[in-house]
Design a protein. Sequence first.
Length: 133
Amino acid sequence: MLTLPPSVRIFLATEAVDMRKSIDGLAALVNGILGQNPFIGYVFVFRGRRGDRIKLLVWDRNGFILLYKRLERGRFRFPAISAPSRELDPMALALLLDGLDLELAAQAPRWQPQPPAMRARFAADAPEAAGAT
């Protein structure tokens, strides 16, 4: 399991690439197809034509890291997108690497802080609720 902090930006190349490409070839694709700087520290995800292989490329201060995963059975479930790339969050990347379909995975709504007026109203109601019990 690959664990990344939420601050990391992850880009998935939606078109299949030749999995024979190594670091230099994938870095050229990052620059050419995705229009990103491969030395910026983002994680770039590439998939093979058969759908059972995936490579991750990331720059780490003084060199590239290349991760390669091949499924022994089945295929990765890639989202259908017409754009050349899609940004993923770390949870979506973890689901993808586990072989789960991102289109079927439903994420719970995120918590949003309440405006100050709502907090004041709840704070005013809190002593009454405590005294009523």
